[in-house]
Design a protein around this ligand. Structure first.
Ligand code: GLC
Length: 543
């Protein structure tokens, strides 16, 4: 029994592995399961408690594994079922846990169910998918129409992502039974939970164009929870790009949690022109950014549970997006401090812990992501200049975070002895794990210290959240209070020095990215400075 009675996943550090790009053990240029096993000690050293594995199931890889053709098989690129069992075993041996990605909004068009469904209107699997005589105007997330014509039966099938990812029909009870049985088969193998891909879509009503957060979402989540999750000691995190903070609170409510936590995306759309999609760029306004986090922190406090993340395999690298590459290490540390000082379960995306950056390939042919390639063609047809398109791709393209992990400064950054499936970021010579881990001022050692501090003080898990200098346009600060434990977290988003006044009695500086700065009630802080201060009783929180 833990001292403060929190579920294990509330205090856990989760590390996301994008298997294609993590570590290749056999020289074919693709990361694999044996490669992951060879790096478990590295993860353990960082303080990782849970590994989240992006999909490794059998897949034609149209969307890098998010298009599954057999839920019960491992794709040969990654290894075998035995390798997967071994990874589960080895992870547990090292006292870590492992969760898998669950992609059940859609399958691959090469899944046997879809192959059957295509054959005829009265095929038993036909109703596992969504069909219409005429397409509606719903667009695919990856561009173009969400409907694809099939001449065999003269109907269209629905696919919110690529046309090789037909959406499953969750209205069909037999389909739901098959999915629940599959989930239980994996859980019975001993995995510790799931990250549920775009799970806000499974309650949709396509006819009435209600997609995310559809009319049946709660009942579907409830049923899945009853049939698969409720009686097990696992964690579940639902990816829900389209739901509100209020809904995130409801789904993770302390009384009747349907999921352990949600990935909520309110903070990641703030560098986009509202309503115009992710490619139309807008400068981030820190005041908006802070407001979203304050809202998440305060609305879920004691009611639901947050997940803390800035980056993943769909989002650009945090340090390139929110930090400043002229201050790479400083801003990587600052971002992690303000993020992980908050309440919620922290997620680190592979490479974040060594300050890996986004990439700017010259040639569109170097890009592999289906979404990036589609948007390139669409914007070209719409008459955008090459320069403007590439600027959007540099800022937002998903391959930014999918380039191979930079293990060392040797060939292919030590990722593979063969030709990597996606080019390595050329900056691996300077930015790599071998170098960073040994550097006392490196990002890795800072992350490690930050997570050990987080584990030591209950205030990070249980404390409330009160903004500090709320209206400052370049400083992100907040207090956390829990009983006698009080901390102030500060991070500068400025490339200039800032003057700040701290009205509290400062007891101790728990961590900082610049120990040369004298901590006190009046401080001049350098660009991208960060610290966590333990403070005393006399408190005059200001804004
Ligand atoms: C999720 C995944 C993304 C994938 C999409 C379709 O958003 O994170 O990588 O393309 O779902 O499965």
């Amino acid at each position: 029994m833990e001292k403060i009675g929190l579920a294990w996943w509330k205090k856990a550090l989760v590390y996301q592995i994008y298997p294609l790009s993590f570590k290749d053990s056999n020289g074919d240029g693709y990361g694999d399961l044996k490669g992951i096993v060879s790096k478990l000690d590295y993860l353990k050293d960082l303080g990782v408690d849970v590994i989240w594995l992006s999909p490794v199931y059998q897949s034609p890889m149209d969307d890098n594994g998010y298009d599954i053709s057999d839920y019960d098989a491992i794709d040969p690129i990654f290894g075998t079922l035995e390798d997967m069992n071994n990874l589960i075993h080895e992870t547990h041996q090292k006292k870590m846990r492992i969760i898998m990605d669950l992609v059940v909004n859609h399958t691959s068009d090469e899944h046997i169910w879809f192959k059957e469904a295509l054959k005829s209107k009265d095929n038993p699997k036909r109703d596992y998918y969504i069909w219409a005589d005429e397409p509606s105007d719903i667009g695919s997330v990856f561009g173009g129409s969400a409907w694809e014509y099939s001449s065999i039966t003269n109907q269209y099938y629905f696919h919110l992502f690529s046309k090789k990812q037909p959406d499953l029909n969750w209205d069909n009870p037999e389909l739901r039974n098959e999915i629940y049985a599959m989930i239980n088969r994996w859980l019975n193998k001993g995995i510790d939970g799931f990250r549920l891909d775009v799970i806000d879509l499974i309650g949709k009503d396509v006819k009435n164009k209600q997609l995310s957060d559809g009319p049946y979402l709660i009942e579907r989540l409830q049923e899945m929870n009853d049939r698969c999750f409720k009686h097990r000691d696992i964690m579940t995190v639902g990816e829900m790009p389209g739901i509100s903070i209020e809904k995130a609170r409801e789904f993770t409510s302390q009384k009747n949690p349907l999921l352990s936590m949600i990935f909520q995306f309110a903070h990641v759309g703030l560098d986009e022109v509202p309503g115009q999609g992710k490619w139309m760029l807008k400068k981030l306004d820190l005041l908006e950014f802070k407001e979203v986090f304050e809202s998440l922190q305060t609305k879920l406090y004691q009611k639901g549970w947050n997940s803390l993340f800035l980056a993943n395999h769909d989002q650009p690298r945090a340090v390139s997006r929110y930090g400043n590459l002229a201050y790479r290490k400083e801003s990587a540390k600052m971002l992690s401090t303000v993020l992980y000082g908050m309440q919620g379960t922290p997620y680190v995306y592979q490479g974040e812990e060594i300050g890996m950056t986004g990439v700017q390939f010259k040639d569109i042919h170097q890009y592999k992501d289906i979404e990036t390639i589609n948007i390139y063609n669409i914007m070209k047809n719409q008459g955008f200049s090459e320069e403007m398109i590439m600027e959007s791709i540099y800022a937002k393209g998903r391959d930014n975070s999918r380039t191979p992990f930079q293990w060392d400064d040797k060939k292919n950054a030590g990722f593979s002895t063969g030709k990597p499936w996606l080019d390595v970021n050329p900056n691996y010579i300077d930015i790599n794990a071998a170098f960073d881990v040994k550097d006392p001022s490196g990002v890795f050692q800072y992350f490690k210290k930050l997570f050990s501090i987080r584990k030591k003080y209950d205030v990070f898990h249980e404390g409330n959240f009160i903004p500090f200098m709320k209206n400052h346009p370049e400083l992100f600060g907040y207090y956390r209070f829990y009983g006698d434990e009080k901390v102030l977290v500060i991070g500068s988003f400025s490339n200039q020095s800032l003057e700040i006044a701290i009205p509290d009695q400062i007891q101790e500086c728990l961590i900082t990215n610049d120990s040369r700065v004298k901590v006190g009630n009046k401080m001049t802080i350098p660009p991208y400075y960060t610290c966590i201060l333990k403070i005393g009783d006399e408190l005059h929180a200001n804004d």
